[in-house]
Design a protein around this ligand. Structure first.
Ligand SMILES: C[S@@+](CC[C@H](N)C(=O)[O-])C[C@H]1O[C@@H](n2cnc3c(N)ncnc32)[C@H](O)[C@@H]1O
Length: 220
């Protein structure tokens, strides 16, 4: 078994909640390219990582067990996910700082890296605009903002992304009504108007989704 597979298995096995949840975690960590991309992006940094909409805190565990031991703090509205993540991290002997909270007002001070993975589309238009400006302001203040999100206008990939999102709502995996995928063009132009520099690339790996990666930093 490769080291990568062993790490993923160890993380998945640390979660209680049944075989379905452990299988989901193992599949997500194996197939979703965002984890490896984030690991590469944080290399050479040692400051705090704030993960907005962190879910189960998988990113924090993935980074730590790949040798990145900077402080990691995550927030999510989903209380059960936070508790599951804390319990799993305790079992693994590496306690994560996970808090139930809203990403619209979660503190960003002292964050060297801010991650916002697959969360923009949960926000209605006004909140999404507010949140993008909040991230831009953090970037101007010196943080590096890493975003990964499905986008509109990407043909069949956007349709598949929307179908997947409906499925998550129908099964109750994700609760909440809003499905508001942003346009990539709009994200880029808003960050640029906010005096940020943006690098983007597709990040769907072998998935059928319309996922893009954005790295946002200050223009100076
Ligand atoms: C698709 S999951 C992504 C989880 C994690 N970022 C990942 O990539 O594995 C989206 C998460 O955002 C959370 N979320 C949605 N709106 C939020 C808000 N306003 N504040 C905090 N978390 C939120 C949901 O509870 C859910 O866990």
């Amino acid at each position: 078994m490769t080291t990568q597979r062993a790490v993923i298995k160890k993380i998945a096995q640390s979660f209680s909640g049944g075989r379905w949840l452990r299988g989901y975690i193992q599949g997500k960590l194996t197939a979703d390219p965002v984890f490896d991309t984030a690991l590469t992006a944080v290399q050479g940094t040692s400051g705090m990582i704030v993960d907005l909409g962190c879910g189960l805190g998988l990113l924090g565990l993935f980074l730590y067990f790949h040798g990145h031991d900077a402080k990691y703090r995550g927030c999510d509205l989903g209380g059960w996910k936070i508790i599951a993540g804390i319990n799993a991290s305790n079992r693994l002997g590496h306690q994560l700082d996970l808090q139930q909270g809203n990403l619209l007002n979660f503190p960003l001070d002292n964050a060297e890296i801010i991650c916002a993975f697959d969360i923009l589309h949960y926000l209605p238009k006004r909140e999404q605009e507010f949140f993008i400006r909040r991230l831009a302001s953090a970037a101007r203040n010196g943080s590096t903002v890493l975003i990964r999100n499905g986008v509109r206008g990407c043909g069949w990939r956007s349709i598949m992304t929307l179908l997947e999102e409906w499925w998550t709502r129908m099964t109750g995996w994700i609760q909440g009504g809003t499905i508001n995928f942003p346009e990539l063009k709009h994200l880029i132009s808003t960050f640029e108007k906010e005096r940020c520099q943006v690098e983007t690339k597709p990040l769907w790996g072998k998935t059928p989704f319309s996922s893009y990666w954005l790295r946002v930093s200050s223009q100076h």
